[in-house]
Design a binder for this molecule. Sequence first.
Ligand code: S3P
Length: 189
Amino acid sequence: MSTRPGGPSETTKSASVSGVRAVVLVGFMGAGKSSVGAALSRRLAWPFEDLDDRIQAREQRSIEQIFRQSGETVFRQLEHAALRSLIDELGSSIKVVALGGGAFAQANNAALLEEAGLSTIFLDAPAEELFRRCQEQQMKRPLQGDVKEFRRLYEDRRPCYLKARLRIETAGKGVEEVAAEAIARLGLR
Ligand code: S3P
């Protein structure tokens, strides 16, 4: 997915009119959750939050350090606590949220989001494209592994992502195109 400049081209409906409170982007590593989240936030003029940033701020260490020093089990506990606090703080306000790649694959997190009645969107793409995007980003992702491990984890998790309310195919699309599609599909335009 490429980033192309662009801004709000059409008037967006307010959250109270559409009934949508928060848009939660889910999907595998490299799906574009953070970049599409930022574009959505700009187009809707809603605040944006990346759940991984909340975890890092609460812990005062990077995701990579949490995995290395404490392991994945502890990371998942921190992730769940961070999501719970985000939802508690949300109340009736509006927000665009990007989850880390594993968050929605944890049943307790998916249940929290469902109970809160938030709009979840699965940003989908083939494993090969996701792997290529991750390679290009040069960001250290503790669970990226080699292409075989990456694909296996993707296939394990895909059924969980498919439980999101909406699925948007992102292969071959730019960030702004995906954000515009999300707004239209949510009925926010
Ligand atoms: C993870 C994905 C990462 C981050 C952590 C675990 C995963 O987020 O939450 O490294 O389990 O897939 P991104 O999807 O933003 O890379």
